[in-house]
Unconditional design. Structure first.
Length: 306
């Protein structure tokens, strides 16, 4: 058993992302004088667009002529770890990636004490917190994202590595003027972050052992007349059904916290030691039993958004 923690996400704007090793744009800027062909792509205000018709001087953002000349591809690589939503649509299966490493610094502009990463491909994640006027970091920890499977000398020298996909850092020093630097290292590979959430953690009870895990696969399978099948790969989403025990006076505060998160992304942590109980998403089902003898039970179903 461990504390059940929720971290509402802080919006990461260009003003808050003060440093990044990733380029601002994935493609060139749109130009009204360029003759675009089908398949051409441009970047406008951190969003990528693809041309679906040959044309000139049709702005992807303001053009209303039908049929459309552009469709939205999604956020640029630099911001894909922070944003999944365009309008009412949340894109799953998207992530920020870069060869070898991702290095960025966020200036929240307010107090935060928690950081969460999901969908990580890396050997290690280093988190460094600094404040103006201090010659040394006030926080500097490196978290290993891989370890050897099994025990014994044979496994140590020849065994495969087990990969940790998710990370919750819940002990950041809550300085109001701090910069939070993140270095995701993947030597010889491509570093990847599915989603990053930074904010202030809230305890909503105690997660217990009846918590269950699930996964929804959206790949479609079509069976042909001769028995062959055609599989079209799509995304998949994780689902965690948390079983939570609360004392009586935690119920109202837990409901107030969750009510504000019904249609937005947050970090949910059943146990920071068990990475499969860490998920960035939105809750889709909540049921609370009335407290009996001062204790109540809660079932919280959270679906991933990365």
């Amino acid at each position: 058993m461990s504390q059940m923690i929720v971290v509402p996400g802080l919006e990461i704007t260009p003003a808050r992302l003060v440093q990044s090793s990733l380029p601002d744009m994935d493609y060139g800027a749109w130009n009204k004088d360029t003759a675009y062909k089908v398949g051409d792509r441009v970047t406008i205000d951190r969003i990528n667009y693809e041309s679906v018709a040959a044309h000139t001087n049709r702005n992807p953002v303001t053009d209303t002529v039908s049929p459309a000349a552009w469709f939205v591809v999604g956020w640029v690589n630099k911001y894909r770890m922070f944003n999944k939503q365009i309008g009412n649509t949340w894109a799953i299966g998207t992530f920020t990636s870069n060869p070898e490493s991702i290095d960025l610094t966020i200036r929240p502009g307010k107090r935060v004490n928690s950081l969460g990463l999901v969908g990580v491909v890396a050997s290690s994640v280093r988190v460094v917190v600094t404040v103006p006027g201090s010659p040394a970091p006030i926080y500097d920890k490196t978290f290993a994202m891989t370890k050897k499977k099994g025990v014994g000398w044979y496994q140590f020298f020849f065994g495969k590595f087990a990969r940790r996909d998710n990370l919750a850092v819940l002990d950041l020093p809550p300085a109001g003027n701090a910069d939070v630097r993140l270095i995701v290292s993947a030597p010889g590979r491509t570093a990847q972050i599915g989603m990053l959430i930074l904010g202030w953690s809230v305890v909503i009870g105690t997660a217990v052992y009846d918590t269950t895990l699930g996964r929804k696969n959206y790949t479609t399978v079509k069976e042909e007349f001769d028995g062959s099948i055609t599989m079209t790969k799509h995304g998949k989403r994780r689902l965690v059904n948390y079983q939570i025990v609360m004392i009586g006076d935690e119920v109202s505060s837990a409901l107030q916290t969750l009510d504000e998160l019904s249609d937005t992304a947050a970090l949910y942590v059943g146990s920071s030691e068990l990475d499969y109980t860490i998920i960035a998403g939105t809750y889709e089902d909540l049921s609370v039993g009335l407290p009996t003898y001062g204790m109540g039970t809660q079932n919280l179903s959270v679906r991933s958004l990365n």
